[in-house]
Design a protein. Structure first.
Ligand code: DX5
Ligand code: ZN
Length: 220
């Protein structure tokens, strides 16, 4: 695998010390900050909204990778774009007119991402790729941190990888859910651009964040 970028998911961070957590992962080598926006409707959990995105934007120079698990997403694109998202990723099954939503995301100068749940076929990409800058393959069912990586997603990552390579423009491949240093050998041969990791980073003591990030990236 090429050296992936690492996007710590703050869902697993110490939320009462969020500023410090972000500073620590930034110093430890994080490339992006992943923010999971959950609405208690599309996914059975609630997390945070645009004001947290905006607050974080004021505190870090890292790009904000905003993962929208909300239904519908369309009406919130402008709000999250203005809050400072660098990437906005939507779920096609949460948005009837996802082609239009992806176009809308780009209109704000934000990278448009599409996320595929474990049960969603990569075929959904066929007519959407021209509007997409990033494909996020969910390697757990969305809604919670700390779940176990679903091994059958490896085949799917390969299929998605093939599809995005056939596109005339460059598209990033990101994976999210259950990513730990222990499963990295299984991902070795895959072309993944961004690894999202929540509990494997924030579940450790602060002085281990760098080690975990290095291990995920494939550095010793
Ligand atoms: C799950 C979220 C993930 C989650 C990952 O719905 O999209 O980003 O925070 O957490 P871990 O790395 O603990 O599986
Ligand atoms: Zn996520």
């Amino acid at each position: 695998m090429k050296q992936p970028l690492i996007a710590p998911s703050i869902l697993a961070a110490d939320l009462l010390n969020l500023e410090q957590e972000i500073e620590t992962v930034q110093k430890a080598g994080a490339d992006l900050i992943h923010l999971d926006i959950m609405d208690g409707h599309y996914v059975p959990n609630l997390s945070f909204g645009p004001s947290i995105v905006q607050a974080i934007k004021h505190k870090t120079t890292l790009p904000l990778d905003v993962h929208l698990m909300i239904q519908p997403a369309t009406s919130y694109i402008e709000t999250f774009a203005r809050a400072g998202a660098s990437i906005l990723t939507i779920h096609p099954d949460a948005d009837v007119h996802c082609h239009r939503t992806l176009t809308e995301i780009r209109r704000y100068g934000v990278k448009a991402g599409i996320a595929l749940n474990p049960g969603v076929s990569p075929d959904v990409l066929d007519y959407l790729l021209p509007e997409v800058d990033l494909v996020l393959v969910m390697t757990v069912n969305p809604g919670f941190g700390g779940q176990t990586f679903i091994p059958s997603m490896i085949e799917k990552i390969k299929m998605v990888s093939k599809k995005i390579k056939s596109a005339p423009h460059s598209i990033l491949l990101e994976i999210d859910g259950g990513i730990t240093p222990e499963i990295m050998p299984q991902l070795h041969s895959l072309d993944i651009d961004i690894l999202v990791a929540g509990s494997s980073i924030f579940g450790e003591k602060k002085d281990s964040y760098k080690q975990t990030i290095d291990n995920l990236r494939g550095n010793k």
